[in-house]
Write a new protein. Structure first.
Length: 261
């Protein structure tokens, strides 16, 4: 399944290393993942502190309804190979492997700290560090791709997805984190939802909505770090939020399942 990021040759696992026919090799880390970011490429992604905060937040179950909904959709699809592009710390990915034990599940993210965290579950997912814009996989090799709050490269998705394969896209709904945004900005706008991808048929579309109450400042701050507002909010407003000990806010997700034509 995996291909060499240098020459696109097939990678074969040999003890604690992946190696291709041209001799390019990539060590397997102690946690079990492989780093396929080339040495001259800039590796970014979330840092260790952000990964730790997000893991803490998600493990409290605030987004459990979303995880279960996605799982229910995936179980209706015929999936033998599933790729989570931009999998983060594996909160969703490890669950997918749990409910689809016969499916080969791959999780990729540019943050080595997130991938390291994902591997702690020892779920059987094959994890790798790489960009979702350059996935180390053969053409037309997978039955399904998932993107949950992650950057999307539809050209790359189309390359690795089989004919009639599924693409599941998850993002914020119009009212997602509405009350949190009201704490940060004077004028609050709904999120725009764009639907449709060329060469794909929309099979299913739904919104998931709930209200969560967070009763400690650490989880509120962790949620803030998971959003793009963390980078856009004035320092004064961020500091005010950092002192908040309780927050009730709407969570709303847009889920769209596509089938490659």
């Amino acid at each position: 399944m995996l291909i060499c990021p240098k020459c696109n040759g097939e990678l074969i696992k040999n003890n604690n290393v992946y190696i291709c026919n041209n001799g390019h090799s990539f060590d397997i880390a102690k946690r079990g993942y492989v780093n396929l970011v080339l040495g001259n490429a800039k590796s970014t992604g979330d840092d260790k502190k952000m990964v730790r905060s997000r893991t803490q937040f998600l493990n409290q179950g605030y987004y459990e309804n979303l995880r279960k909904c996605i799982g229910e959709i995936l179980t209706t699809c015929d999936l033998r190979v599933l790729v989570d592009a931009g999998c983060g710390e594996g909160y969703y990915t490890n669950y997918f492997k749990q409910i689809l034990p016969l499916c080969n599940v791959f999780g990729f993210d540019l943050s080595k700290y997130a991938i390291d965290e994902a591997c702690k579950a020892k779920s059987g997912v094959c994890y790798g560090v790489c960009s979702s814009f350059h996935l180390p996989l053969n053409d037309k090799c997978c039955d399904g791709i998932i993107s949950i709050f992650a950057p999307i490269d539809m050209k790359e998705n189309t390359r690795i997805l089989k004919s009639k394969g599924y693409f599941l896209q998850v993002g914020p709904g119009p009212k997602h984190l509405w009350e949190l945004k009201q704490k940060l900005y004077s004028n609050v706008y709904e999120n725009n939802i764009e639907v449709g991808h060329e060469g794909y048929k929309l099979v299913k579309e739904k919104y998931i909505e709930d209200t969560i109450t967070i009763n400690n400042k650490e989880d509120i701050w962790a949620l803030f770090q998971m959003t793009p507002y963390y980078w856009r909010t004035p320092k004064s407003k961020s500091e005010q939020l950092h002192q908040l000990h309780r927050l009730s806010t709407t969570i709303q997700f847009h889920v769209a399942l596509y089938k490659k034509e």
